[in-house]
Design a protein around this ligand. Structure first.
Ligand code: FA5
Length: 345
């Protein structure tokens, strides 16, 4: 084989072997094998000195060309391998910001918040809007505007916590969500179909069914021609929507200064479904809250004409409502923040 043929074979061999190399380290060792002093090219280069002048020039050019061909094959493969390596690293280091870590325990909304969300869903579905008011209230909103003047005996229905602000006993932590009725009515003319959830405060000692800080949801409807039948129908529609078709409501005569007539709102006991059991005191009923037709004096305190407008209001304790729904027998469990208890809901 002539030297030119040998050099062509070296070039072909280098191109096919370089294409098969899988890593940069293998490519480096192929480089030294093909281009190093002991390589076939190196040996041929050494043989140049045995040739005469003309042959040496031609063979030298052929050798340089072959050398360049081998080098080009190695460089091309190096570029490929480096690009592959870069792609692999980018893939490995990619940050997936949508990724969730399956093992991390996520928290969830507190049972009372879940209860409020569900109540809001049901009432919004019935056409009500949701309103909120401040927890620190004036005596006027919490009592006077609700037809409970100073020194009225009904004040003893709510054992009040006062805030040291302004004249003595003029600022209170609201004892119920009813002051939000006044704020909603002051906010604009009827018709009003609103619910008002929130936290309330009383000087009650904590026991299995009382907390000094608890939650209520208030409802207020004011429109033309609203009757007690609308109140009873709305509460019954709410009861079946929230508790399911097996549970019904009843209204019992009661007294609240801001409604006339007033009633207690009861539902069938959720534990015995009306049969009578220990939880419901063998009555078959559970009390959820108060309600009634808005008192004309309340309309007068916000400037509504009681001859033109009528309405009803209701207010339930939502902590007790979620206790009833989930079979919890001590209200304090809701607020001791024992994670083993809370994760059940
Ligand atoms: C009221 O607070 C009236 N504002 C309700 C109302 C609104 C009547 C609109 C008429 C028209 P009462 O004080 O009964 O009413 O409280 C309502 C509910 O709050 C009770 O039925 C009970 O479920 C809950 N509740 C009362 N005190 C506590 C307490 N210390 N801890 C937990 N829940 C309580």
């Amino acid at each position: 084989m002539s030297m030119i043929e040998q050099l062509a074979a070296i070039g072909d061999d280098a191109e096919s072997r370089a294409a098969e190399v899988a890593t940069l380290a293998e490519l480096d060792s192929l480089g030294s094998e093909l281009l190093g002093k002991r390589s076939r090219l190196g040996e041929l280069k050494k043989g140049l000195r045995d040739l005469d002048e003309d042959e040496r020039r031609a063979a030298g050019r052929a050798l340089n060309d072959a050398n360049a061909r081998v080098q080009a094959a190695l460089d091309a493969r190096r570029a490929d391998l480096e690009a592959q390596e870069r792609r692999r690293r980018l893939d490995d280091e990619r940050l997936d910001l949508t990724e969730t870590i399956a093992t991390r325990a996520l928290g969830h909304l507190h049972l009372v918040t879940q209860t409020h969300d569900r109540l809001e869903d049901v009432f919004v579905g019935m056409g009500f809007t949701v309103a909120e008011g401040p927890e620190v209230e004036t005596d006027w909103y919490n009592f006077q505007a609700l037809n409970i003047p100073e020194s009225h005996p009904a004040r003893s229905m709510w054992d009040t916590l006062y805030v040291d602000l302004g004249p003595p006993e003029s600022t209170v932590l609201r004892t119920h969500t009813s002051p939000v009725q006044i704020r909603v009515m002051e906010g604009g003319p009827p018709p009003i179909y609103s619910i008002m959830p929130g936290r309330v405060y009383r000087r009650d000692t904590a026991d299995a069914s009382h907390m000094p800080v608890f939650h209520q949801i208030e409802g207020l409807v004011v429109d033309k021609g609203i009757s007690f039948a609308d109140l009873a129908g709305t509460l019954e529609a709410f009861t079946t929507a929230y508790f399911g078709g097996a549970i019904h409501s009843r209204l019992r005569p009661s007294y609240f200064p801001f409604t006339e007539p007033s009633a207690e709102y009861d539902i069938n006991c959720l534990f015995c479904l009306g049969e009578g059991c220990q939880t419901c005191g063998r009555t078959g009923w559970m009390e959820l809250g108060g309600c009634g037709m808005v008192h004309p004096n309340v309309f007068a305190s916000v400037g509504y004409d009681p001859e033109e407008w009528s309405g009803f209001a209701f207010g339930f304790g939502t902590d007790r409502l979620s206790m009833n729904r989930h079979g919890i027998n001590d209200i304090r469990e809701l607020f001791t923040n024992d994670i083993r208890f809370l994760t059940q809901f």
